[in-house]
Design a protein around this ligand. Structure first.
Ligand code: DX5
Ligand code: ZN
Length: 221
């Protein structure tokens, strides 16, 4: 089956002092820019507050895929949709009311994503399937770029692909995606790939995105 593959580079490990330049180097090769929002509570790291993220989002030449790794997610997630993110992903572990937050994200005009950490099974969240535009399976513990891809998450990716069936729901993997791991993730059924250090540590980030896309697309599925 022909699938549409999407590459969403994470700017977490880009040069944040030259973000406009960093994004301009990759924008025309990327589907969306993946923006990691961390609050130092849900994960042991902090990235941007809402005000700073707003500046990045409104000045970005292509759509933003916001990945909210924050404890107080139900309140803030719709606000990220309202300021123009193309996609807003919440973590199941952080939300007190998943259904209403996903609905609020959609009502504010963004695609609604639901993510799970490595220790969290997906089956408990299968009932939200009709409220979701994307599932995110973390392939590292959220918090930092540059970690090792967890191959053992592929069973969860396969299970999620099975749950999705014919629905037009995207299936994203995030963490450790590189030339060495993207084929395995694509074979398991992922079709949206976050890549941070693989892209920004490359000599030519745009060419790296193309190579990742070609590898993911080469998988017959
Ligand atoms: C980790 C973040 C990822 C991270 C990916 O918590 O959610 O998006 O930036 O970086 P790499 O591709 O280097 O693992
Ligand atoms: Zn992320």
């Amino acid at each position: 089956m022909a699938r549409e593959i999407r590459i969403t580079p994470s700017i977490l490990n880009a040069d944040l002092n030259n973000l406009e330049y960093e994004i301009s180097r990759i924008a025309s090769h990327s589907d969306l820019i993946h923006l990691d929002i961390m609050d130092n509570i849900f994960v042991p790291n902090f990235t941007f507050d809402f005000e700073y993220a707003n500046k990045i989002i409104t000045s970005c030449p292509i759509g933003i895929d916001a990945h909210l790794m924050v404890a107080d997610v139900d309140l803030i997630a719709p606000a990220y949709a309202e300021i123009g993110c193309a996609s807003v992903t919440i973590h199941a572990e952080a939300s007190a009311n998943i259904a209403s937050t996903l609905r609020n994200i959609r009502n504010a005009g963004a695609r609604a994503g639901l993510g799970v950490k490595p220790q969290t099974a997906i089956d408990a969240y299968a009932s939200f399937i009709d409220s979701v535009d994307m599932f995110l399976i973390m392939t590292v513990e959220p918090g930092f770029g540059g970690q090792k891809f967890m191959h053992e998450m592929m069973a969860k990716v396969r299970r999620t692909r099975q749950l999705i069936g014919d629905r037009p729901i995207w299936l994203q993997v995030d963490g450790g995606v590189s030339l060495d791991t993207i084929v395995e993730a694509s074979e398991a059924g992922a079709d949206v790939f976050v890549a941070g250090s693989a892209v920004f540590n490359a000599q030519d980030p745009a060419a790296m995105i193309d190579s990742l896309r070609n590898l993911a697309t080469s998988v017959t599925y």
